[in-house]
Design a protein around this ligand. Structure first.
Ligand SMILES: NC(=O)c1ccc[n+]([C@@H]2O[C@H](COP(=O)([O-])OP(=O)(O)OC[C@H]3O[C@@H](n4cnc5c(N)ncnc54)[C@H](O)[C@@H]3O)[C@@H](O)[C@H]2O)c1
Length: 381
């Protein structure tokens, strides 16, 4: 023994590169985008949201049959109640019963944010990682959930408590799939667009004020919708790409994702993700306004937009204790500091580390009063 301490160092880097590609008419007979990755004549394990299967199942089956691809189409219901360890395990068992090549037969997921999160986690865990392609079918997935590399399931009454970072081979965006979304689920995605607009993109906010209601009426199928969706996707990717693994814990895209976690977990049967985010956004706006960060005129525009878009808000679900617990949990998640994104004027964002329980307690009744007054007919005010 020489007495010299022995040390081996391991250093490696793995680049991440994937494309987000707009491909209208993904299941048209002439479109080959889904087979641009992997062996064209190979096998594919395809997970399809049950509602998508109801609307497009025949076209999806016919598309794979026409190309001679042996596809195992696994239909799974969406909804937060299915973002579970059981659904994840069930998919792993089904996948194990349908052997695919480890590298050149990517898993394909066609569904909303729940399924893209769960199936990306299936891809991350099967054989320590197999490739996957994402096709978002909800507005939430289209502008947010499917664009990044976060995979996960809910566990132990916490959202996304188990998961990993798993880059897809590609994300294929077909806006025509959004046409069958129920209005409530469209608005769920709109909430995430509003979030992004407030903290980083004033022009997007103004586009929502001008065209948002018409886009919703057109189920995001018209030209104005395309401009709003493109701006939202570009903005989201600008935020995500330099920080895919969240090494930087101050993230503008976490606006609306501090108090909402607890609300969403507790009221999974009554609140969609975007609805919980919107409640958090509005509470945060009131805190920011009271601190003099957000000009009153900007706060008024935010409330007016929510009213104009007729997004239902249930302030009976607000609960200061639950929301404070949620902030404490997010503080752990953000490594010991609150790091709460707050609007500092439309399109600008700062991060706070000193929000107090008293501020939250004061903001909640103020929010309820504001929501109620904005829902009363003008003559009664
Ligand atoms: N990974 C991330 O970075 C990230 C970001 C944001 C949100 N999320 C997650 O996304 C999830 C919410 O996603 P979601 O709102 O898409 O929920 P979802 O996947 O449950 O879809 C919502 C509903 O729409 C139905 N549906 C899906 N596509 C349809 C279509 N084209 N036509 C008609 N109905 C359709 C589904 O069956 C479901 O009932 C949450 O779990 C949230 O945590 C993840």
């Amino acid at each position: 023994m020489s007495g010299v301490p022995t040390r081996w160092q391991v250093r490696a880097q793995r680049p991440i590169a994937y494309d987000v590609i707009k491909t209208p008419g993904l299941f048209d007979p002439a479109c080959d985008a889904l087979l641009a990755h992997g062996r064209p004549q190979g096998r594919r394990f395809v997970v399809v949201d049950a509602e998508v299967a109801r609307h497009h199942g025949a076209a999806i089956r016919a598309w794979f049959d026409a190309r001679g691809v042996q596809a195992r189409i696994q239909v799974v219901p969406g909804g937060e109640e299915n973002k579970t360890i059981e659904v994840w395990q069930g998919l792993l068992r089904a996948l194990d019963a349908f052997p695919i090549h480890r590298r050149d037969e990517p898993i394909i997921v066609i569904g909303g944010g729940v399924l893209t999160d769960v199936v990306a986690f299936v891809a991350a865990s099967y054989r320590r990682g197999v490739p996957h392609l994402k096709v978002p079918t909800t507005l939430m997935g289209y502008v947010d959930a499917a664009l990044g590399i976060k995979a996960g399931i809910n566990f132990n009454a916490h959202k996304n408590r188990l998961g990993s970072f798993e880059p897809p081979l590609a994300v294929l965006l077909d806006p025509t799939l959004l046409a069958t979304l129920p209005r409530r689920h469209l608005m769920n995605g709109v909430c995430e667009i509003i979030k992004l607009a407030i903290v980083r993109d004033r022009a997007l906010f103004e586009a929502l004020e001008r065209d948002g209601a018409a886009c919703v009426a057109a189920r995001f199928q018209d030209v104005a919708s395309e401009a709003i969706l493109d701006a939202a996707i570009g903005g989201m990717l600008d935020e995500l790409a330099p920080n895919l693994h969240e090494d930087e814990l101050e993230r503008k895209v976490d606006f609306g994702h501090t108090f909402s976690y607890g609300l969403e977990a507790r009221h999974a049967d009554r609140l969609l993700h975007g609805e919980a985010v919107l409640l958090d956004i509005l509470v945060s706006c009131l805190i920011a306004e009271r601190r003099g960060l957000l000009p009153a005129a900007d706060a008024a525009r935010i409330f007016a937009l929510v009213q104009q878009l007729e997004i239902g808000l249930d302030c009976a679900l607000l609960d200061a204790g639950l929301m404070w617990e949620s902030l404490l949990d997010r503080t752990l998640h953000r490594d010991g500091l609150q790091r709460v994104p707050m609007p500092a004027g439309l399109g600008r964002c700062v991060f706070l580390n000193d929000i107090t329980r008293a501020e939250l307690d004061a903001a909640l009744p103020a929010l309820c009063a504001r929501i109620q007054s904005s829902h009363e007919p003008a003559l009664e005010r």
